[in-house]
Write a protein of this length. Structure first.
Length: 136
């Protein structure tokens, strides 16, 4: 760059303050970022199977989870067995699906699982998929 007196002055960019600003911005974003935490986790010990097929679950899904204490969760929300039929009906009024995914703990009582399957079939959901853990 040419100055008024006719001499050229070399332009120097100081890197140290630039690095300080970058680290401050990085620190700001790290501290203010909310990390995505799966809130509705249900502890389920899946039964094992050799013939299980890996499958992607669609966005519009109906997932019923039964834990080891026979507590039932409808799409992650805790429901009583008596209210499950109402929840299924309410869900199906806004979604047109025919597939349901059942995730049952291997310690869950068989009768509860059968009762849930029977409720689903009453609403014409005949494509029932049972989630299992692959034997390694």
């Amino acid at each position: 760059m040419k100055r008024r007196n006719g001499r050229f002055q070399e332009i120097v960019i100081e890197v140290t303050p630039l690095i300080d600003v970058i680290f401050l911005l990085l620190l700001f974003f790290v501290l203010t970022t909310t990390f995505i935490v799966e809130e509705n986790t249900i502890d389920v010990n899946l039964p094992e199977a050799q013939t299980g097929v890996s499958e992607t679950i669609e966005n519009q899904r109906l997932i019923i989870t039964i834990d080891s204490n026979d507590k039932i969760y409808f799409n992650g929300k805790r429901v009583e067995i008596n209210n499950l039929s109402y929840e299924i009906e309410k869900y199906l009024s806004s979604q047109k699906i025919n597939t349901a995914y059942i995730t049952a703990d291997k310690a869950a009582h068989y009768g509860i699982v059968v009762r849930v399957m029977d409720m689903l079939r009453a609403y014409k959901i005949v494509d029932l998929k049972i989630n299992v853990k692959e034997i390694k």
